[in-house]
Design a protein around this ligand. Structure first.
Ligand code: SF4
Ligand code: SF4
Length: 100
């Protein structure tokens, strides 16, 4: 059996309401905090799905679409910038788990 890379594995994740343009993010990040008081910007280094990125100006951007709900950023962010609420099944875009 071929071992898949992390990127290949992440590409197999599917989401509730995938492709729905009105999907509600289950994580909201206040990037004003990221780009003002946060000195370490650690979530750009620890998110396995690369949802937090830095641009050439060292500015943080966040996209929720590839999130695999690992929860790392909730614990890594010590600045109060990350807010998580589990999605409404009708409108949310959480991961589809194999076992519920
Ligand atoms: S640690 Fe928190 S405040 Fe800093 S970049 Fe990450 S999410 Fe933003
Ligand atoms: S929960 Fe995990 S995958 Fe989702 S944004 Fe946070 S660190 Fe990234």
């Amino acid at each position: 059996m071929k071992l898949l890379t992390i990127s290949e594995r992440l590409g197999m994740v599917n989401y509730r309401n995938q492709g729905k343009s009105q999907a509600t993010p289950h994580i909201k990040v206040n990037t004003d905090i990221c780009n003002s008081t946060c000195q370490h910007k650690c979530t750009t280094m620890v998110c396995p799905a690369n949802c937090y990125t830095l641009d050439e100006m060292n500015k943080v951007h966040f996209q929720f679409e590839d999130c695999i709900e690992c929860g790392t950023c909730m614990f890594a962010c010590d600045q109060g910038a990350v807010k998580w609420s589990y999605p409404d099944p009708e409108n949310g875009r959480g991961v589809n788990w194999n076992f519920g």
